[in-house]
Design a protein around this ligand. Structure first.
Ligand code: NDP
Length: 249
């Protein structure tokens, strides 16, 4: 099946590890030009080296904190200067700083909102400037199951992820007339650095509560990102696709 992603330019925020890196590999395997970002230079450099060696594609990495609108503006300018266009934006960068509401500090609240929500807004605002001129583009926002269900201990994270769903739908409505398609993926419990410190007991409880009886792999999310970025889904916009093994239906 031809997904028509060859020579497309895709920017994956937080593409150095975990779900973002799995997405980067999928797009690289389809011949796209892949751009990734993250705060840690070493992991960006390692990921870029692996991607270009393994797939022989054009790849570029940026040290980037998505919560900085100033850095974001500069990176998009550089992407356009280097590649001439941006076809696909994947707003994937995210962090957790869990605590119960009573104990949550201002900093824990603000850091998670700044990265997981404001970062999506800053990147979207820049990407659509260029996509509008091209009258084409795809934006995929990585939200979370807890943005739909809520989760004790994650007031900051679940609020940011719920807001990303609202932002996804609003962007889809504002941009539909310019042929810019905007959707979100809501992963359930995926095996990455973000979830690796949970106790065996908690992981077993999670598995027991998932109808498909396993945690998700980063590739389970990457496959759906590829599908949503492809021309197979040009009539889907403003949707949230749950990828959670049936954990929430
Ligand atoms: P990881 O912690 O494995 O990777 C996070 C990535 O985001 C890294 O590349 C990290 O690089 C980057 N990142 C973090 N903060 C910033 C920032 N301020 N600016 C730019 N890049 C940043 O997480 P996952 O792969 O698990 O998560 C990816 C997305 O999926 C997140 O949005 C997460 O909320 C979401 N998700 C994950 C689930 C899971 O179970 N794993 C479930 C539901 C949603 P660096 O640290 O170098 O900045």
């Amino acid at each position: 099946m031809n997904l028509n992603l060859k020579d497309k330019v895709v920017f994956i925020t937080g593409g150095s590890r975990g779900i973002g890196y799995a997405i980067a590999k999928k797009f690289a395997s389809e011949g796209a030009n892949v751009i990734i970002s993250g705060r840690n230079k070493e992991s960006i450099d390692t990921a870029c080296d692996e991607l270009s060696k393994e797939y022989g594609i054009n790849v570029k990495g940026y040290v980037h904190d998505v919560s900085s609108s100033i850095e974001t503006v500069k990176i998009f300018e550089d992407i356009i200067n280097t590649f001439g266009k941006i076809d696909i934006l994947i707003n994937n960068a995210g962090i957790t700083k869990d605590n119960l509401i009573l104990k949550m500090t201002d900093e824990e609240w603000k850091d998670v909102i700044d990265i997981n929500l404001n970062g999506v807004f800053y990147c979207t605002r820049e990407a659509i400037k260029y996509m509008m001129k091209a009258r084409a583009g795809k934006i995929i926002n990585i939200t979370s199951i807890v943005g739909i269900t809520g989760n004790a201990g994650q007031a900051n994270y679940s609020s940011a992820k719920a807001a990303v769903i609202g932002l996804t739908k609003t962007t889809a409505k504002e941009m539909a007339g310019r042929n810019i398609i905007v959707n979100a993926i809501a992963p359930g419990f995926i095996k990455t650095d973000m979830t690796k410190n949970l106790s065996d007991n908690v992981v077993q409880q999670m598995k027991d509560s998932i109808p498909l009886k396993r945690l998700g792999d980063a590739d389970d999310i990457a496959n759906v990102a590829l599908f949503l970025a492809s021309e197979l889904t040009n009539y889907i916009t403003g949707e949230v696709i749950s990828v959670n093994g049936g954990m929430f239906m």
